[in-house]
Write a protein that binds this ligand. Structure first.
Ligand SMILES: Cc1cc2nc3c(=O)[nH]c(=O)nc-3n(C[C@H](O)[C@H](O)[C@H](O)COP(=O)(O)OP(=O)(O)OC[C@H]3O[C@@H](n4cnc5c(N)ncnc54)[C@H](O)[C@@H]3O)c2cc1C
Length: 348
């Protein structure tokens, strides 16, 4: 466990709304830390539709999910929020005049206020369905983003059917010398691929050349010897069962959002969403606010624009809580020299 980080505000989730929350907190002269289970900011915008255009962001007639996130990151830069990527918040309990927050990866934050912008949940890699693979995670079963050097000298299998899975398999085939796996297989449940035609053709070419083995079917269970996987049983799409030598699996099944521990933090919920007061976006626990897709209130719409509005009002409410007795007045970024100073601009 690392030494606790102390902050006035912690934002849980670095999707579009979490990023804009950090910007609005900055305008209130409140510095914040942001945590996200993903290694990078973006939430649904980058994970689910990074290259697709969005048409309903005010003043931005057309931009892709990735572009929107890049613009939000640029906008928040003057306030330099501290980003902790790859951290899933697992515990949030009241402590002192704020909250003790812990991540499953060992980060400990003491925050005077918390804004939950957790969207539809923490993005986690999709797991192999068979229970037998669970104890092998981290030793013989790896997920996207892992360093491919762990597959050196192993009989490997990549599981997945999209461009990322194909690229991972080709990347392993391309390793040479001491980093090279002894064999590389690619398994997908159907011979239908969600990837660019040129990439699919390259994969098929490498299969024809014998560099890559293609298996159309699904994994059943691992075959263990002394608790180490030596092979896997799998069933083909025709229903035939086979055994394949396999010492390491690279799971490339994409990400799925998991609401996870949020439901255990003692906050009022309705249909898996946090109930908030739509004047301040306060949850049922004073000091904890919820913005974006994670919250619910009468008239709620899961739109980025609505999340931006919520983050703005939540920032005013957080400022009022952190500075009791002080008036939190509305100021315009066009005319306020105070806001210009915070933004580091001269306003001309
Ligand atoms: C295909 C598709 C198209 C869409 N198109 C549009 C559109 O055109 N216009 C529009 O307005 N909206 C659109 N939306 C909806 C829009 O993407 C969401 O409203 C928006 O992403 C919500 O932002 P958010 O920041 O609240 O949550 P998210 O984008 O879901 O981000 C939440 C972040 O919180 C993190 N997180 C969650 N739990 C934890 C935890 N415990 N610890 C650490 N991190 C955690 C997650 O990893 C994630 O990165 C679309 C959605 C989809 C799926």
């Amino acid at each position: 466990m690392s030494a606790p980080v102390a902050t006035d505000a912690l934002v849980i989730g670095a999707g579009p709304v979490g990023l804009f929350q950090a910007f609005q907190l900055g305008l209130q002269d409140i510095r914040c830390h942001i945590v996200d289970s993903l290694p990078h900011p973006g939430g649904q915008c980058t994970e689910l539709y990074g290259d697709k255009p969005i048409y309903d962001i005010p003043g931005l007639p057309r931009c892709t999910g990735k572009e929107l996130i890049e613009r939000l990151q640029t906008q928040v830069k003057p306030f330099a929020p501290v980003f902790h990527g790859g951290h899933s918040v697992s515990r949030l309990v009241p402590q002192g005049d704020g909250f003790a927050v812990q991540t499953a990866q060992g980060l400990h934050v003491q925050a005077r206020s918390v804004a939950i912008a957790a969207g539809v949940g923490a993005f986690e890699p999709r797991q192999l369905p068979a229970a037998g693979f669970k104890p092998l995670r981290g030793s013989q079963v790896f997920f996207a983003g892992h360093d491919p050097s762990v597959f050196a000298g192993q009989a490997c299998l990549v599981v997945g059917g999209d461009g990322t899975a194909i690229q991972a398999a080709l990347q392993l085939c391309d390793l040479s010398g001491p980093n090279a796996p002894t064999r590389v297989g690619l398994m997908h449940r159907r011979d239908v691929w969600d990837a660019e035609p040129a990439l699919i053709e390259r994969m098929r070419q490498w299969v024809r050349e014998g560099r890559l083995q293609l298996h159309i079917g699904q994994l059943l269970e691992p075959r263990l010897q002394d608790q180490r996987m030596q092979a896997v049983d799998w069933v083909s799409s025709a229903g035939e069962t086979h055994t394949l030598p396999c010492e390491a699996i690279w799971v490339q099944l994409g990400l799925s959002p998991q609401l996870g521990p949020l439901s255990e933090w003692g906050l009022a919920m309705q249909r898996k969403q946090l109930v908030v007061d739509s004047a301040s976006f306060a949850t049922s626990v004073p000091g904890i606010f919820a913005v974006g897709d994670v919250n619910t209130y009468p008239g709620k719409q899961k739109l980025i624009l609505c999340g931006f509005h919520e983050a703005t009002l939540a920032a005013f409410a957080i400022a009022a809580r952190l500075r009791p007795g002080e008036r939190t007045s509305l100021q315009y970024t066009t005319t306020s020299t105070h806001l210009h100073r915070l933004l580091g601009v001269d306003g001309r």
